[in-house]
Design a protein around this ligand. Structure first.
Ligand code: ATP
Ligand code: LTN
Length: 331
């Protein structure tokens, strides 16, 4: 059952409709890595409930995220795809790790500070979120975690928790490394290019959804904020243009230099048109497949059931090891 390939674990929350940021920052890299590594790709529904979810939407989105993984090219024969709540070891390990985590390190997390800013009653799950994420990663003895740049801090704390546990109870976990792709690691909001493109963004014109129809994608790119410089050049003075160039490069692989040369003297209209067409060309075939998979619920079920069997086996092995080292009586 086990191979000697290095292990990858990553996940996406079914907490909203996925964006181009999720796709370019995470999923597109997974597709590239799947041949070389033993991969676990999880739909992290336990994480999604750290903010309020409508049960019916959560159910639909959980399957949709799985359909997106498949449609993007994650091969179910080669990878383990599963739903986090189907492997109870994640919740159990999270408690054990909570007891090796400090309040101070949790309350310093940027995501916690951001998400709890405007809320009167802040769920404790928002605070302990990174411990559950650490459990996800550590249970599989993960070597590499491919995520967008916004997750760097969560990876750091997962490493700290793992090192602390190893020191207290002797070697138990592999210390995971982040894998932040060179391209698309941080796609910015099209309207506010200083902010991360996010599925919970306020302005719908700021994000592109994986499921946005072509005409919506064209409209959003056309409206994307640029500047009055009028030259397609990669620099921090022109954040809107820089972001569109990043998107174009992440999708097509053309270098920044080539993009600059191609649009020299052409202005923004043609550039935006080409960016939009590149996004449409990338997403349209995926959308067709997502719709097909969403019509095959029993196929999806087959995949997540098979995935959770394998995941349960591996995760429980690590969980038992943790329990034993902590001093619990074996069952
Ligand atoms: P929210 O925006 O609702 O807080 P999220 O999209 O950041 O959620 P997830 O769905 O769990 O959270 O993110 C899944 C993956 O997508 C992570 O690896 C994350 O780093 C990546 N990601 C999310 N947004 C972007 C972005 N704008 N650019 C690059 N990667 C991103
Ligand atoms: N916190 C992550 C989602 C996530 C994750 C993980 C990513 C939960 N568990 C384990 C990688 C590995 C986010 O992107 N918001």
């Amino acid at each position: 059952m086990e191979s000697n390939k290095k292990v990858i674990f990553s996940g996406i929350q079914p907490s909203g409709d996925l964006t181009l940021g999720n796709y370019l920052g995470a999923i597109k890299n997974w597709v590239k890595l799947q041949e070389e590594y033993e991969c676990y790709f999880c739909v992290v529904d336990l994480h999604a409930i750290t903010v309020k979810q409508e049960p019916k939407d959560l159910r639909r989105r959980t399957l949709e995220v799985l359909a997106i993984y498949l449609a993007s090219g994650i091969d179910p024969e080669k990878n383990t795809m599963f739903i986090q709540s189907h492997v109870s070891a994640h919740s159990e390990a999270a408690w054990l790790l909570t007891c090796s985590t400090y309040m101070g390190e949790l309350s310093r997390m940027t995501q916690f500070k951001e998400k709890s800013k405007n809320s009167e009653s802040i769920g404790a799950g928002l605070l302990t979120y990174p411990v559950l994420m650490a459990a996800d990663i550590l249970l599989y003895q993960t070597n590499l975690v491919p995520v967008g740049k916004d997750q760097t801090q969560h990876l750091e704390i997962a490493r700290d928790i793992a090192e602390r546990f190893n020191k207290t109870y002797s070697d138990t976990f592999v210390i995971p490394e982040p894998y932040i792709g060179k391209l698309g690691a941080k796609i910015m909001d099209l309207q506010e290019p200083t902010n991360k493109m996010s599925k919970s963004g306020e302005n719908v014109n700021g994000f592109i959804l994986i499921m946005d129809p072509p005409e919506v994608i064209r409209k959003k790119v056309n409206r994307a904020v640029t500047d009055s410089v009028g030259i397609v050049k990669y620099n921090d003075e022109q954040l809107g243009v820089k972001n569109l160039m990043t998107i174009l490069m992440a999708i097509t692989g053309i270098s920044m230099g080539e993009i600059e040369a191609k649009y020299d003297g052409l202005g923004y209209a043609q550039f935006k048109k080409d960016v939009a067409e590149a996004i449409v060309a990338e997403l349209e075939p995926i959308q067709i497949k997502i719709n097909e998979y969403m019509g095959q619920k029993s196929y999806l079920e087959e995949i997540y059931k098979k995935g959770s069997e394998k995941a349960n086996y591996v995760a429980n092995k690590t969980l038992r090891k943790m329990q034993k080292k902590i001093g619990f009586i074996p069952r």
